[in-house]
Design a protein around this ligand. Structure first.
Ligand code: GLA
Length: 400
């Protein structure tokens, strides 16, 4: 590694250690129940996902959190303490099981009286719920606005409604802090009111920037390619969240899922798989566990990529990496089943002088690049490169 690269890496690590919330120095990685299981999540499902996260090799490339989304909630007792419903007989035992696999466990609630699926929310019980989660051994909370909107609608002005929402997010952060347990705090309010401008200030480690993703190229592409001008709000400890992955759920082809993974990595997005980990094809495992793609997402510099070049349906997104390399994604968004040829002058991507390329999905060094890169991009697909100055081969690597 060259001296400049070493110095760059060291200063990125130092900045990260000094300022970032240690629970999310890099974008959180794991799995969430909603996209595949929705209301069918249960204790048995969570145990099976934890088992599969280990046996599939996902844990060893960095996936860590096993997150229970909505529909786990039961009733409050006479003291106001929340209990899980019959699908989760013993939350503490479940958390112990997940921890025993070297993983962490997440849960879901709402600042409103009810969650999106109509279950019990945390309104008026924030401290009590945070204490309950900590006692169970919870490591991650997704806090979903939903039911609070009913109360916000009664506020005297839009500004008062906004204050009510921000206060509610602040209140739960304070309650989590009070437990003394490190808990990743994930805000979910669908990217309203420029959450990226205040999410970190209310203690958010990540905040959803969009409405819900669904398992189609149209939905994924609208969300992923819509993440423009948000890079400056992300960094170690606080991340933009374009929603969970749909890889492996069956609604997109392999090229489209490759686009999904590549784009989320370039965006430094949280990588929360949303499929059934216990029933994956080898192709799905390969998409989710490519260590070079994960290294781009988890790069210690913590910079989110931006779109730097557009010609019709062709787009190039660039993410600066620690040291002096950049990840470059060349995407074909054309509404056609045909591949596309792209000709991209490297100086238009901000590269000066001679650079080398490495094809991330093919795991292949491609040597010195010409001044204009010419690539064939599959329909709805991507060519993902790392590009580094000089004549030395350099590929991304990831040490979880
Ligand atoms: C909202 C969220 C989803 C999911 C559901 C659960 O729609 O955006 O991610 O948590 O609620 O009800």
């Amino acid at each position: 590694m060259r001296l400049t690269a070493v110095i760059g890496l060291a200063s990125a690590l130092l900045a990260t250690l000094a300022f970032a919330d240690p629970v999310s120095v890099t974008p959180p990685m794991g799995w969430n129940s909603w996209n595949h299981f929705a209301g069918k999540v249960s204790d048995a499902v969570i145990r099976a996902q934890a088992d599969a996260m280990v046996s599939s090799g996902m844990r060893s490339v960095g996936y860590l959190y096993v997150n229970i989304d909505d529909t786990w909630e039961g009733a409050r007792d006479a003291q106001g303490v929340i209990h899980p419903n019959e699908k989760f007989p013993d939350m503490k035992a479940l958390a112990d099981y997940v921890h025993g696999k070297g993983l962490k466990i997440g849960i879901y609630s709402s600042p409103g009286p009810k969650t999106c699926a109509g279950y019990e929310g945390s309104f008026g019980h924030e401290e009590q719920d945070a204490q309950t989660y900590a006692a169970w051994g919870i490591d991650y909370l997704k806090y979903d606005l939903c039911g609070l909107r009913v109360l916000m609608a009664k506020a005297e002005s839009p500004a008062a409604a906004r204050e009510m929402m921000i206060d509610a997010y602040r209140r739960m952060h304070a309650a989590l802090q009070k437990t003394g347990r490190p808990i990743v705090y994930s805000l979910c309010q669908y990217g309203k009111d420029d959450v990226w401008k205040w999410g970190a200030a209310v203690g958010g480690n990540l905040w959803r920037t969009t409405e819900d993703i669904s398992d189609s190229y149209l939905s994924m592409a609208a969300i992923g390619f819509g993440q423009i001008d948000l890079a400056r709000y992300a960094g170690p400890g606080h991340w933009n969240d374009p929603d969970m992955l749909e890889v492996g759920n069956g609604g997109m082809n392999e090229e489209e899922y490759r686009t999904h993974m590549s784009l989320w990595a370039l965006l430094a997005a949280p990588l929360l798989a949303g499929n059934d980990l216990a029933a994956m094809t080898p192709a799905t495992v390969a998409l989710l566990t490519n260590p070079e793609v994960i290294a781009i997402d988890q790069d210690p510099r913590g910079s989110q990529g931006e779109r730097v070049w557009v010609r019709g349906a062709l787009e190039v997104w660039v993410k600066p990496l620690a040291g002096d390399s950049k990840a470059v994604g060349l995407f074909n968004r054309a509404d056609s089943a045909r591949e596309a040829q792209a000709e991209v002058p490297l100086r238009e991507l901000g590269f000066q002088g001679r650079v080398r390329g490495h094809d991330v999905w093919k795991h292949k060094d491609i040597g010195m690049l010409p001044e204009t890169v010419r690539v064939t991009i599959p329909a709805h697909g991507v060519v993902l490169l790392t590009v580094s100055p000089g004549s030395r081969p350099q590929s991304a690597s990831h040490q979880p």
